[in-house]
Design a protein around this ligand. Structure first.
Ligand code: GDP
Length: 137
């Protein structure tokens, strides 16, 4: 079993898509082992996306991530990291495959509805950034 970290981003929560996204997650065999609805501060978003701090889109993207409530998730499944990335689709919805969450729901490359860890090390960092061990069951 593998765990990954996911976010339903403000653009999706704002459009009442949380439930539909959670349904897709569960129907694809992921167990939701931690879940929290919260509002990120700009500083929390900046810390989370620290690896992107030199990118031109960093200020705008971290403002977007702190613009409204999010749903933070830890998902468990065999091959969870790769399978969640596949279900999400490409970063830019214009490039995302049919049937992926980003293809169906993302508004643009920045307001792209969901986040998912891209590797084992980032998944470990991202889970521990928002959840303590006692919150994951
Ligand atoms: P991800 O792993 O697919 O989420 O993509 P990245 O790690 O490359 O980027 C993190 C997030 O930054 C993305 O999910 C987008 O919300 C945002 N982002 C990435 N590339 C761009 C871009 O070229 N322009 C803007 N405005 N935002 C971007």
């Amino acid at each position: 079993m593998e765990r990954t970290f996911a976010i339903i981003k403000p653009d999706a929560v704002e459009r009442n898509l949380s439930e539909e996204i959670l349904e897709r997650i569960e129907s694809q065999g992921f167990k939701i082992v931690a879940m929290k609805r919260t509002l990120l501060s700009k500083a929390q978003a900046e810390g989370f996306y620290d690896v992107h701090k030199e990118r031109p889109f960093f200020p705008s993207m971290t403002s977007t991530m702190s613009s409204g409530p999010v749903v933070l998730l830890v998902l468990e499944k065999e091959n969870a990291i790769a399978d969640w990335r596949k279900l999400m689709g490409a970063t830019n919805p214009a490039d995302a495959e049919a049937g992926t969450i980003r293809k169906d729901f993302a508004e643009n490359i920045e307001r792209n509805s969901v986040h998912g860890s891209d590797a084992t090390e980032t998944a470990a960092f991202e889970m521990s950034y928002f959840f303590s061990q006692t919150e994951i069951h």
